[in-house]
Unconditional design. Sequence first.
Length: 408
Amino acid sequence: MTMEDTQQCPKCSATCPLTARFCVKCGLALQGRSKAPSVNPAHTQPLDQQALQAQQLIASRPPAPSARKSGAPQSIEPKLDAWTIGESQPPARITSSDIDKGFDDVDPHFEAIQGSGNGIGGAPQDREQVEVLFAHLAAEHLAPFRDFMVELNLGEARREWVRICLPAVNSLLEAAKKLSLADLVAPLEVLSVELLQAQKGRGAVLEEEARTQLLNVYQSLAKVLPEAFSVAGEQNRREPIIVDSLLRQVPGVNKVQLDKIYAVGLSQLKMYYEAKPEDLAATTGLNLELSAQILERFERYRRRSASIVPEPQRKAEHAQLEQLVSKLRRHNQSIEDQARNWTRNVSKEKRKLRQARTDGWLEIQVVLARLGEASLIARLERFTFGRKVDELEKFLERSKTEKRELNV
């Protein structure tokens, strides 16, 4: 035991271990101290390196409570690190002035894109980050445009869609220019021109030529930026539901007739819009009268769809859905009431009500599909009609709450 490892008792002068709390001879309480850890010379660092680490540690600590400013609480939101723009100029944040009120007019989150007014430079991974963020944010605010493209693909679309989509497309174009996204600028300029041209047409519904031109430009953009423009998957989810629900609403169409129709590949709305009763009968083997009833049902749906004035929040479809859900609740309640008081006449009435309830549910599926709620339809399918109504009313209430929060 070295001198560094011992301490002396002030009363009896006995030598005691450094860590002892009491004197080994007289029992006096001592101020025991921890033994300093040994230091391996191989692990020591230069003084300047240790000082640097100490400075970094101090800088990383939050300020003391007394140093904080009074008033609003300190924000703890993480901030995005600026991407490297180039060695000669510091990184900067794009603001509304940098992009000429482009995306900033549509979505404030676009301010999170880092860069400069002269485009994006720096390492390839930095540019890739910008493009990924750009695609994600573009996908969010181009939802009305995708609805417009779905309407065009499904058949006809009203001219008001152009008025709704043109500002968003132009904002996207301005932002793409500022960020030097050359692959997007050219097709977006073409799309903007085609939308302006379509806006000048006459009539409530877009002409076939305008429809074709817009779809052609859209397809080129979907290849460049599929996250924002592609609607193939969405259309494939909506259209089969609409077609099947419309077919099942026609009296006389059951599983046998449906199998004949689907066996010849009649799965798209456009096929029914363009078909004639005799052609449908000859192709499917259905009788002429039933074929005419089927096509008449699709024509009614076509006229109804063309009469709906488009707007971003789809208020017309939500209002229609609310009416259908209310009617479904009344039909279901009547059936449950009659089940408690059964008679032969009541039984006949109950069959009519059941058919009306089924038809109402099929109409609801059409509206939900138009709203892009295919997953909700799939979830509701396994529920009883009473539970369906409850869930649909919750869905409508959530939609109203969202609109109120947006002040729509």
